[in-house]
Write a protein that binds this ligand. Sequence first.
Ligand SMILES: [Zn+2]
Ligand SMILES: [Zn+2]
Length: 179
Amino acid sequence: MPMEVRVRDVKRWVGRRIAVPLDGEWPPALQELAEWPLVSPPSGQVVVDNGGDFLAVALSGEAAVEAECGRCLRPVRLSVPFALRQEYREVEPGFEDEWLAYRQDVIGLDDLVTEAVLLALPVRPLCRPDCRGLCPTCGEDLNDGPCGCAPPQDQRWSALAGWRAIEAKKPEEKPEEDS
Ligand SMILES: [Zn+2]
Ligand SMILES: [Zn+2]
């Protein structure tokens, strides 16, 4: 069932507003494009304002996704609040279909919901802000305690040490020989 909002009432008077719960199933395109599976039914609100020659649709809601911690790779359930606003104009039946157009008292919300949730998904979620991640040497989860490897060096210094080692290996430039 596509997500949509009925606007028969709100489109009659300029300045009129309706607020209805976000209803339906997550759009198939969103389920496909989202990096992690959505694990909650849609919940939220749709507010439609009659702005004269357009209707402004404001979405807000929350999705839950089953993601993976960017450091320790454990599964983590995230709540993703989303919000997006878009204006729509009515077109006569028979006209070419446009994304921001609607006809016959119904505005389809699948595209807007898809965009809103994709924009709200975190790029690198963490199971908790101070997640210790995995040991780069043995791969053990450091949230369970120290792994027994040597304490990690400061990354900046180890990078510098590596660079020095490379420099040291470079062959000396030979001075040009006189002929
Ligand atoms: Zn983690
Ligand atoms: Zn280790």
